[in-house]
Design a protein around this ligand. Structure first.
Ligand SMILES: Nc1nc2c(ncn2[C@@H]2O[C@H](COP(=O)(O)OP(=O)(O)OP(=O)(O)O)[C@@H](O)[C@H]2O)c(=O)[nH]1
Ligand SMILES: [Mg+2]
Length: 472
């Protein structure tokens, strides 16, 4: 998501940077290009217009042309305007010691049921007592779907009773929530293909009965421009207090995310970033603006890294490497750390400067499957072999390949990569302490020396050195 927009904007800014001094006509040209970039990303026209007007006004006010670094000033203005456009999110307005109802609304298949379960899980983690209930009596097995999600995630859900109408279910849900002293009742409603009067009337009746403190519109980010129309109508008829954008993990152009706040005047609350019950992120305008402008989601990266990587283990490995020691056990531990960090491409996208190199990254063909194979190969070795790769001759290689379910040539490739990695480690020894910079350098090595601004580390490697252990 946002990749196209991000690339376009970066090209615009690159051009600015190269010019040095700016003239007024260059600022105009830049605004035009930003406008096209936004439209291509599916941002709604009225939103684009007011965004550009806002940026232009600030740019004129800041006297961009006379500033020391005009390009940076423009980037900063665009960044701040983006944050403003996306809008800061607000936490859900849940009241203490009271029954809070959250009504989930949206088109068919937008992700209401999944998001209901995700939200319930999140609130339960925060110590709230929750109850889920599905009012979807229209789609066969819709209520069973929620019940199953609840079962998988240990969440309380209202029992299913035959022949009940949505309003009757709502009443029973309210009563059950009260009886169980639930803090939050989440009502998952039936989806509609398009806005239809009768269903809307029903939703209004549910709303009037349940008096939700939050009515969250669930919107699939992939539907692009249409999202606005949908949002407008739901907002007019039912009144919404916020939105949840789902399928942010898919490759939508991102326009919906950018326009939603401006159109509904309500905050985007959460982003659905996958099918699993914990794939729900709190919306963070600054982080998204950073990502769009190619500054990379450093916060996201650090969080992911902190969460998934065993700090102590990483430290130990780093110390060993610093001492110049590196065997296949160390390589295994590195592979496992990278594995823990999840999808490698996802991680790379979050690193500042790397978003511009997306095409190169794709060309580098980094493949998680290969990482899995590499792990299997080392795991098929004996401890002695891992310490002394030199003893690996044909017979042992054959045994290892069979154990890992790969070819002997794969084992050979891994050993060659190990040799190269050992070489890199020698350079690490020279390059100073690891830490964040060390990690960036490691990533740099992974991408064949393409990561900018990582000090003079590159200079110490032979210019012909292209290292990429994950390339087939
Ligand atoms: N990749 C991805 N898939 C999602 C996300 N949210 C929901 N889905 C998937 O989208 C599909 C539809 O989700 P549901 O939660 O059933 O949608 P719904 O709005 O309840 O659908 P109806 O009840 O039929 O209107 C399911 O296969 C979900 O797993 C998300 O954030 N990312
Ligand atoms: Mg549903």
């Amino acid at each position: 998501m946002f990749t196209g927009l991000s690339e376009r904007l970066n090209t615009v800014f690159d051009k600015l940077t190269r010019r040095g001094v700016l003239t007024e006509s260059m600022v105009d040209e830049t605004m035009r290009e930003i406008k096209i970039a936004l439209l291509e990303a599916d941002v709604a026209l009225p939103v684009v217009k007011s965004f550009i007007a806002d940026v232009r006004e600030k740019a004129v006010g800041a006297d961009v042309i006379k500033t020391v670094s005009p390009a940076q000033t423009v980037v900063k203005i665009v960044h701040d305007s983006l944050v403003q456009l996306l809008g800061n999110t607000e936490p859900l307005k849940l009241l203490p010691h009271q029954q809070n109802v959250i009504l989930m609304l949206g088109l068919q298949g937008s992700g209401k049921t999944t998001s209901s379960a995700k939200l319930a899980k999140r609130l339960q983690k925060e110590g709230k007592k929750v109850l889920l209930a599905s009012l979807d009596v229209y789609r066969p097995a819709a209520r069973e779907q929620l019940t199953e999600l609840a079962r998988q995630n240990d969440l309380p859900v209202l029992s299913i009773e035959a022949n009940e109408k949505p309003l009757q279910i709502t009443k029973r849900a309210l009563q059950t929530a009260r009886d169980n002293l639930a803090d939050v009742l989440i009502l998952d409603t039936a989806g509609r293909l398009h806005i239809d009067e009768e269903m809307m009337r029903e939703l209004m009746a549910v709303r009037d009965l349940a008096k939700p403190i939050e009515s969250l519109l669930v919107v699939d980010a992939l539907i692009g421009q249409d999202a606005l129309n949908v949002a407008e109508q739901f907002h007019q008829k039912i009144g919404i207090t916020g939105t949840i954008l789902t399928r942010i993990d898919g490759d939508s152009r991102g326009g919906a995310a950018l326009s939603m706040r401006a159109v509904t005047k309500t905050p985007v609350r959460f982003l659905g970033v996958g099918e699993k019950a914990d794939a729900l992120e709190v919306f963070d305008a600054k982080r998204i603006a950073d990502r769009i402008l190619g500054m990379g989601d450093v916060v996201g990266l650090v969080e992911t890294a902190m969460e998934k990587i065993n700090q102590e283990e990483a430290q130990k490995a780093a110390e060993r490497m610093m001492s110049g020691h590196f065997d296949l056990n160390d390589m295994l531990s590195q592979i496992q750390q990278i594995n823990k960090m999840g999808d490698l491409k996802g991680i790379m996208k979050m690193i500042p400067g790397l978003s511009k190199l997306q095409s190169k990254l794709n060309a580098a063909d980094i493949d998680n499957k290969i990482i899995k194979h590499q792990e299997a190969i080392i795991l098929s070795m004996t401890p002695k072999e891992r310490k002394n790769p030199d003893i690996l001759k044909a017979a042992r290689k054959q045994r290892i390949a069979a154990g890992a379910g790969v070819q002997v040539s794969d084992v050979n490739r891994l050993l060659k990569q190990f040799d190269q990695m050992a070489q890199v480690m020698k350079y690490f020894k020279k390059a100073g302490p690891l830490g964040m910079m060390g990690m960036m350098k490691k990533m740099n090595a992974l991408t064949g020396g393409n990561l900018p601004n990582t000090g003079n580390f590159e200079g110490q490697l032979p210019s012909s050195f292209k290292y990429n252990p994950f390339k087939k």
